[in-house]
Structure formats: structure tokens, C-alpha cells
Design a protein around this ligand. Structure first.
Ligand SMILES: [Zn+2]
Length: 622
């Protein structure tokens, strides 16, 4: 192969990889080497070249000068002989997007480590993975979805890729990990989990099989010959990045299902309810797996052959991330991993997240997608007031689209049909989805005029009215004030009468701030638009010391304010930087920003039948 890379975790204690790029038939003329500024799937310029420590090139006749052109590009003039470029890369980013190396393991994404020889990057290439020198890695194995060239299963050695784009689409883990194999539609799947953990492997195997099988049934086929879930379990962390043949997940080890005590010696029964953490983990796995179709194969035109050196804009992330966010939890209920009540709870929490974001009245969904690079990925203290997540609102738009199609076609069509059409039209063919392509295809598949719906959902800041859509499914929606910092919304106990519960009546007036989640002090993270705190002149970063002379903490601030009658004046002492200030606050009534969903009593049996059709498995025999 003309192009080959060799990656060595050369200095684990110093977190330094050594990379060699060999070009067998180097041109006798100028050549440009470039490092990606961003990694596909994560829309932020990360400038991976900043981690390159030193770089040199040589051929059989001696060194070749490298001239740096900009932050991430080098130029050299090879002499037409086989050429080797060697460099060292610092790797200390334990996320799903970068590279990380210490004496316990090595992890990397190609985008963070592998230089791209411009013009020579379209052909097949090889990558040799070597263990660290010395004793460190003697018991390490390799987990990656790269296709082996001569490497043994899980072994060091040579792997291959179709081209540079394919090469950097397979994250690599070297170290010690547990391995959970399972089969979906005859295709071998594996989950490799590194980091200290003790989990119920049988349960993971069973639940992942159900989730993957259900998604394959939705699209009608599973377009791959292997798949790898690459999991890093840590104390606290959450993240995922999609690839064509794998995904990298970062999770809290407590989110993995705990292994049953050996004395019990029994498998967890299939009906056991997952913990909140495990539900979150399954939702993440489900989300990234859905992406193997929806963005890795059904791809937005704007991101195809994208320049990895700078930002690339698309208004379509609402479809690729929002629809995926809708289907991640929907798959959990369809596959039987969670029950209907748990699904409604998750749905109510998404509605709550959107309602608690005043920025939804400022930024449209299409804008949120377009500006992902500089807004969502660079969220600051004013983010909640200035923007809306294309994940959360995108999921609600997908829900409204799905339920709307079902209602208007009397159940003949659904968003499932649109996804299948996207797969047939764009996924199987590799033809990119144009900027308004999802909208057009949705109209074509359903025969409905969806222009007004999309205009409101994508290009306006008007709230979607979910109530009639849910009611058609026999589901009620009601809003109430928050009951405190841990209240994420969810399922109403006992239906609409739940409003009369003792907690609901206690919702007093509020300041309208979000506090920093850490520490005991009441430090303001965000002052919300239209709030009492904003009117009183409080700002992000202020530490609230006292309310009417009583010491305030992160835990008691809400309660101190809630005692006050709405509109009454209270004196608040706060530090801005190191200067003490006093202000007069008139707390406002708590907003109705918390959603509860419940099954409507007295709904016609047809509504229950429609709900069953929506939430039931598509996979045969599931
Ligand atoms: Zn995603």
C-alpha cells in the first residue's frame, strides 16, 4: 500500500504517541501534510495540530525540510523516493473525541493523531499498531473496528482502511478491557469496556441485542459486517461519538448494570426495570447506533468530503441529531428495555428541558444547527437565554412530525416510513441529503403538505403544540412549576389530579437563576431572561450570600426565596468578584416550566391502539 502509518504509544508516562507516516511513492515535487482541525460528528474546531511536539521528514538520501504554512499544515518537497514523516503527539484528552495515553491504556481517534498527505489520501492505506516499549503493555489487547491486514483478532499488528476518511473513522483502544460479543441479524457485534468496572455482562448483551435488532428492523437492513461499542467507564463522565462501524462511549461506571451477587447466581430477569443510570447508558448506546444509518450513511450533503481544516455549516443537524435523539429513547421502549411509563417520563423530561430554555424564543432550530460551532459547542453563561439545543428541540420536532403524520394519515404512515425512504434514497446510494431534503422527502413519502409545520418547527421560535398530538395517542400533558433543583419533570402520579399533591402547592416565587452545580455556595451560573434576578441587577458569577439577612447556600436558596410572597421585596446580599453588593429583589411567580405526561382517563380504545402501534416493536419476535 502506498500509504502506511505506524502508531506507537512510545512514552506512556509522558502521554506521548510516536507516529510515522510512510509514503512509498512520494512525488518529486511539493507535498502538503495537514492535521484535521475537527473530528466528524463533533462540531467544534479543536486544532489537533496543537498537540504535535516535533516533526521531521526523511528519505533514503537524507532529511527533507518541512516548512510550516499555518497552524496545521506543513509543506515539503520530496525527491520522488519513499518518504517517512515522523512526529510525536501529546495525548491527554480522555474524551470520545481526542487521544489519551498513560501506562494503563492508549486510546486515539485518527483525526487527533494522523497527518493527511493532501492529494494522496484517496487510496487505501495501512496502519500498524505497536505496543508500548518495555513491560508496560505486555498484557494489552487492541479493540477497533479497523479491518485487520495481518493483525490477529484483538492483536497488535497491521490494519487497513479504504482511504484517509475511512482511516480516521475507527477509534482505537489499546489496553485491558472486558469484551461482550453478541450477534445482530447474523452480524458480529462486540462491546469492549475499559476502565475499572464490574458489570452484568449477560444483561448488557441481552439489552444491546434487543436495541440493535429493533433499529435494524426499522431500516429493514443492517448494512455492515461488524460493529464495535468502545466504552470507557470512569467515575463521572458522559459522551458518545458515532462512526460507521463503531462508536466511542464514555460513561460513569455506575451507569453500567451492576453484576448480580455471585451467591444469587441468577441472570437479571428480562422484566427488571433499568436504573436511571443504566437507562441513560442504554439511551446513549441506542443514540450512537442509530447514527450508523442516520448521519454516517444517510449523510448531509454539506458534510460530505468536508474540509476538516475549518468549520462546515449545515441547517440539517436538527434531523441528524434531533431525529436520532427521538429514536434513541423510542427504541428503548419498542425493544422492551423500558416500559411505556418510563418512556413517557423520558419524553416529559425533554419537554421540560426545552421549556426551561428561554433561548428557544430567540434562536430557531435551523439557526441552532447552523451555528453549532460557535454557540452550542461553546455554550457560555448566557447559553440558556440565547440558544436552543438541536438535540432536545430536534427530538420534539421529530415527535411532533411522527405523531402529526400518524394522525393526518390515519396511521397509514409515520416517521418510520420517512426514515426508510431516507435510507433507500440517500443511505444505500451514498447520495448526500440536500439542505431541505428531509422536508421534501417527508412530504413525498406521506403525501402531506408539511410546509407550515416545518416553517414553524425549524424556522420560527414559536413553541410546538404537543397537547393535541399526544391526546390523539391517549396521553395528557400538563405543566406545573418546578419543585426544586432535582425536578426534571416526568410522569404524573394519578393523572391530572396529581396537581393537588402537597408538593405542588408549595411552589413559591423564584429568583430565576441557575446555580453552579458544585460547591456549597450559591454561585449564579445563569440569570434567566425576564427573571426577578435580572431586574434586580444580579449577574452570572455573583455569589449570593444572604436573603433578608439569612445566610444563603446552594441548597437553601430556593427555599429562602419561596417563602416570600410573589412581588414582595427582599434584600439580597451578594459578592460580585470580591465586592459586596446589596440589591432589592421582587421574586416572581414560578413559571410553569415542568412537564408531566399521563394516560388520559376515558380516552377511546382507538387511542390506546394508536399508542400501541407507535410504541410496539418492529422487530419480529421481539
Ligand atoms: Zn448524536
Amino acid at each position: 500500500m502506498d500509504l502506511s502509518y505506524r502508531v506507537t504509544p512510545a512514552e506512556p508516562q509522558a502521554h506521548i504517541f510516536r507516529v510515522e507516516l510512510r509514503i512509498e511513492r512520494a512525488p518529486a515535487g511539493p507535498l502538503t501534510l495537514s492535521m484535521p482541525a475537527w473530528i466528524p460528528g463533533s462540531y467544534m474546531v479543536r486544532d489537533f495540530a496543537r498537540n504535535i511536539l516535533d516533526i521531521a521528514a526523511e528519505d533514503a538520501s537524507g532529511p527533507i525540510a518541512l516548512e510550516k504554512q499555518d497552524k496545521q499544515t506543513w509543506r515539503l518537497t520530496p525527491r520522488g523516493l519513499a518518504l517517512t514523516v515522523g512526529y510525536r503527539v501529546y495525548a491527554w484528552d480522555l474524551s470520545v473525541r481526542g487521544a489519551h495515553l498513560d501506562s494503563s491504556h492508549a486510546y486515539f481517534n485518527g483525526a487527533a493523531l494522523l497527518l493527511r498527505p493532501m492529494g494522496l489520501d484517496l487510496g487505501p492505506c495501512a496502519i500498524e499498531l505497536l505496543p508500548p516499549p518495555g513491560e508496560t503493555g505486555t498484557d494489552w489487547q487492541v479493540a477497533t473496528s479497523l479491518r485487520p491486514l495481518d493483525a490477529a483478532p484483538l492483536g497488535f499488528g497491521r490494519y487497513q482502511a479504504e482511504d484517509y476518511e475511512d482511516l480516521i473513522d475507527h477509534p482505537v483502544e489499546m489496553g485491558r478491557f472486558s469484551l461482550i460479543p453478541f450477534t445482530v441479524c447474523g452480524v458480529p457485534h462486540r462491546m469492549a469496556i475499559s476502565g475499572r468496572h464490574r458489570c452484568d455482562e449477560a444483561r448488557l448483551r441481552r439489552d444491546l441485542t434487543r436495541i440493535c435488532t429493533e433499529q435494524a428492523a426499522l431500516f429493514g437492513e443492517l448494512p455492515l459486517d461488524r460493529y464495535l461499542f468502545l466504552v470507557t467507564a470512569v467515575g463521572e463522565g458522559y459522551g458518545g461519538l458515532e462512526h460507521r462501524y463503531s462508536t466511542s462511549l464514555l460513561c460513569s461506571r455506575d451507569d453500567l448494570p451492576q453484576a448480580p451477587a455471585p451467591a444469587q447466581g441468577l441472570e437479571t430477569p428480562p422484566t427488571a426495570k433499568p436504573s436511571e443510570g443504566y437507562r441513560r447508558f442504554l439511551g446513549l448506546a441506542s443514540h450512537e447506533y442509530f447514527h450508523l444509518w442516520n448521519i454516517k450513511r444517510i449523510r448531509p450533503q454539506a458534510l460530505m468530503g468536508a474540509d476538516l481544516g475549518r468549520e462546515v455549516h449545515t441547517r440539517l443537524l436538527w434531523a441528524f441529531e434531533g431525529i436520532t435523539s427521538y429514536y434513541d429513547d423510542l427504541t428503548l421502549v419498542r425493544s422492551g428495555c423500558i416500559d411505556e411509563a418510563a418512556y413517557l417520563e423520558l419524553l416529559a423530561q425533554v419537554v421540560t428541558r426545552v421549556l426551561r430554555t428561554p433561548g428557544r424564543l430567540v434562536q430557531t432550530l435551523a439557526e441552532s444547527s447552523f451555528d453549532a460551532w460557535t454557540k452550542l459547542y461553546k455554550a457560555d453563561e448566557n447559553a440558556a437565554n440565547a440558544m436552543i439545543s438541536y438535540y432536545a428541540k430536534g427530538a420534539l420536532v421529530a415527535l411532533a412530525l411522527d405523531l402529526g403524520i400518524r394522525q393526518r394519515t390515519q396511521g397509514a404512515k409515520s416517521l418510520d416510513d420517512v426514515m426508510r425512504a431516507l435510507w433507500q434514497r440517500h443511505g444505500r446510494t451514498g447520495v448526500g441529503v440536500p439542505e431541505r431534503g428531509v422536508e421534501a422527502l417527508a412530504e413525498e413519502v406521506t403525501g402531506l403538505d408539511l410546509a407550515a409545520f416545518f416553517a414553524q418547527a425549524l424556522d420560527s421560535t414559536l413553541d410546538l403544540d404537543l397537547t393535541p398530538l399526544l391526546s390523539h395517542m391517549g396521553i395528557g400533558l400538563r405543566l406545573r412549576p418546578s419543585r426544586g433543583p432535582k425536578d426534571q419533570g416526568g410522569l404524573a402520579n394519578g393523572g391530572p389530579a396529581g396537581t393537588t399533591g402537597p408538593e405542588a402547592t408549595q411552589a413559591g416565587p423564584v429568583l430565576g437563576v441557575r446555580l453552579q452545580p458544585q460547591g456549597g455556595e450559591a454561585v449564579i451560573a445563569t440569570v434567566l431572561t425576564g427573571s426577578a434576578a435580572l431586574a434586580a441587577g444580579l449577574a452570572a458569577g455573583d455569589t449570593i450570600m444572604a436573603v433578608d439577612g439569612i445566610r444563603a447556600t446552594r441548597d437553601n436558596l430556593d427555599a429562602l426565596i419561596a417563602r416570600v410572597r410573589a412581588g414582595t421585596e427582599v434584600r439580597v446580599h451578594a459578592f460580585r468578584r470580591d465586592e459586596l453588593m446589596t440589591c432589592v429583589v421582587r421574586p416572581l411567580p414560578a413559571p410553569l416550566d415542568t412537564c408531566e405526561l399521563y394516560l388520559l382517563e376515558g380516552a377511546p380504545p382507538e387511542a390506546a391502539a394508536r399508542r400501541t402501534a407507535w410504541l410496539s416493536p418492529l422487530a419480529p419476535g421481539a
